[in-house]
Design a protein around this ligand. Structure first.
Ligand SMILES: CC(C)(COP(=O)(O)OP(=O)(O)OC[C@H]1O[C@@H](n2cnc3c(N)ncnc32)[C@H](O)[C@@H]1OP(=O)(O)O)[C@@H](O)C(=O)NCCC(=O)NCCS
Length: 233
């Protein structure tokens, strides 16, 4: 008589085929019958599961190993993905380097600190109000310099249809003398030219001789005019 058990033909190997008892065939039956006390019956579902594993031991072990392998592969894949993500991001940062962008409200605190560090905040000006107003008026001409996504410079550009103006040009002291100030001025001029502006003006305190030299170095000239102003508020 041929008894197929797990794909093996036992009669061919000379073993006597034996029909599995009801108890062997179904672990659940054995365990259910063996519940003698309340505790036993409470634990029965756990034992039932164990009983099933015993009966299908080999198959379950195979599944278990297969699943462990799957979990391991997923972990390795996720880890590798994270590594490549990190590489990509660091590549992006390297590639990004220095960039000039339009001001965004989230830069406000960094911008105020930058102006403070550069000595541009004077008692008669409220920097937060200056920022808010510029953001509402010609925000495209309100520029920030980012170095690896870190705000290191600024320039507030204006155009009223006749002359272009530069205000709040600043580079964090630690990053000065590295060409960022020049880049900001060049970008400001580029934007003004796009608008058809023919001349750019700026005001520097006479005492700020170092910055006057900087502008002269970039091609600005003393217009030999007196700068006048009147507070409206
Ligand atoms: C003015 C300021 C923005 C310049 O920024 P910076 O990043 O140091 O300037 P850069 O490194 O781009 O310099 C550009 C060029 O100017 C030259 N330069 C810089 N400072 C100079 C100075 N004080 N005198 C003469 N030349 C100067 C550089 O050598 C460089 O020359 P190159 O391009 O031919 O090599 C910066 O000094 C600053 O923030 N100052 C304080 C804020 C301030 O007073 N702003 C002006 C308000 S009106």
């Amino acid at each position: 008589m041929r008894v197929e058990r797990g794909g093996e033909n036992t009669s061919e190997r000379g073993e006597e085929a034996r029909k599995p008892s009801e108890e062997e065939a179904n672990g659940r039956t054995i365990l259910t019958r063996k519940c003698k006390s309340y505790n036993d019956s409470v634990n029965a579902p756990v034992k039932l599961a164990l009983g099933t594993i015993q009966i299908n031991e080999k198959r379950h072990l195979g599944f278990l190993l297969l699943n462990l392998l799957r979990v391991y592969c997923s972990i390795v894949l996720v880890r590798d993905e994270k590594i490549s993500e990190r590489c990509y991001n660091s590549f992006e940062v390297e590639r990004m380097g220095f960039e000039i962008v339009c001001y965004k409200p989230e830069y406000e605190q960094a911008l105020i600190s930058l102006w403070k560090e550069c000595g541009l905040i004077v008692p008669q000006n409220d920097p937060a109000e200056d920022i808010r107003k510029k953001f509402e008026f010609q925000p495209d001409l309100f520029l920030g310099a980012l170095l690896d996504a870190y705000l290191v410079g600024s320039v507030m550009v204006g155009y009223e249809g006749h002359r272009g103006w530069l205000n709040y040009l600043a580079v964090l002291p630690k990053y000065q003398k590295q060409g960022y100030g020049r880049k900001l001025v060049e970008k400001a001029i580029e934007e003004l030219k796009k608008l058809g502006c023919l001349k750019v003006n700026l005001q520097v305190r006479k005492t700020n001789t170092s910055v006057i030299s900087f502008y002269e170095h970039l091609g600005f000239k003393d217009d030999n005019v007196v700068g006048l102003g009147m507070r409206l508020k």
